[in-house]
Design a protein. Structure first.
Length: 299
């Protein structure tokens, strides 16, 4: 393994495994399941192998194995049992843990092999909803708690982006737009979190719509030209961190006035920043969604 991050605090272990630090200490003391080391200043830290073992223990415990039973297994027997159970159940948790380890070690091979095993059993749509969305949600928390660095987030996001692009390209080569409605997907200025929007683009193409994907950080002024070519346009955007709180309402009002103009065009938006908006005050031409799945159902 590429041990770029090889030392973890007990708080890191809690964030990555979902097991409370108090419980980890009990397991460590009572069952000797983990063997932390200490710094020169006597601060405990855990190795990557400790983390991997804890993830496996958490998986077994979640599948009905008591800690007292797991403690009797050797270090070789624990991952072997995990793989046997995962093979029989095609477990989501096992896969997500494998992808977390791939992220922590910048291990592309582990990511690709895990994905290839998944795609043999699941559709890309199932992988996105069952694996990628929960993984990205966990990663967001790990980043906020300083358990991982932005580099880790960019690494795994880039690999997921590649899979969305590959599957979208396959669809585009086989699918012809057969519906009149046109969708234009973009992110506002300085917004770069485009994975959710990329997947919506995949679903639009899959459902036979014309989808124009513009990507990240698109100035509002550059959207005018599209209206000259399409009569009925539904714009879709994802507000993850932008516009900023005090700029959201002015942005939407400006968009309604300059782009929608009371015509047949619509603006669909989703994302965390919508929590700061009184949705009842929005124009009828602007519609909000809570999840990617809800917007996919609408199309």
């Amino acid at each position: 393994m590429n041990n770029i991050k090889s030392n973890f605090s007990i708080k890191d272990l809690e964030n990555l495994s979902g097991i409370k630090a108090h419980t980890i200490r009990i397991w460590e003391k009572r069952y000797n399941l983990l063997e932390p080391e200490r710094t020169d200043t006597n601060i405990r830290y855990y190795s990557l192998s400790n983390l991997q073992k804890l993830l496996n223990i958490s998986y077994l415990n979640g599948n009905g194995y008591k800690i007292s039973k797991i403690a009797t297994l050797s270090d070789d027997e624990i991952p072997k049992l995990v793989k046997e159970i995962a093979a029989n159940e095609n477990s989501k948790n096992y896969v997500i843990n494998a992808l977390k380890l791939a992220m922590l070690n910048y291990d592309q091979t582990l990511f690709y092999s895990t994905y290839e095993n998944l795609i043999k059993e699941k559709s890309f749509q199932e992988i996105f909803y069952d694996v990628f969305i929960p993984l990205l949600s966990d990663i967001g928390i790990l980043w906020q708690t300083d358990t991982i660095t932005p580099a880790h987030e960019h690494f795994i996001s880039t690999l997921i982006r590649q899979k969305i692009l590959v599957n979208t390209e396959v669809l585009q080569s086989k699918t012809t737009a057969n519906k009149n409605r046109t969708f234009v997907l973009f992110l506002p200025d300085n917004e770069i979190h485009e994975l959710g929007l990329m997947y919506i683009n995949y679903e639009l193409i899959k459902n036979g719509y014309t989808s124009i994907f513009l990507g990240a950080s698109v100035p509002m002024s550059s959207l005018h030209d599209i209206l000259s070519y399409h009569y009925e346009v539904t714009f879709i955007s994802y507000f993850t961190v932008k516009p900023e709180i005090d700029a959201i309402i002015p942005y939407l009002e400006d968009f309604d006035d300059k782009i929608l103009k009371g015509n047949y065009h619509q603006f669909w938006i989703l994302g965390p920043m919508l929590q700061y908006v009184d949705l009842n005050t929005l124009p009828k031409s602007i519609k909000t969604f809570k999840t990617i799945n809800s917007i996919v159902k609408e199309i």
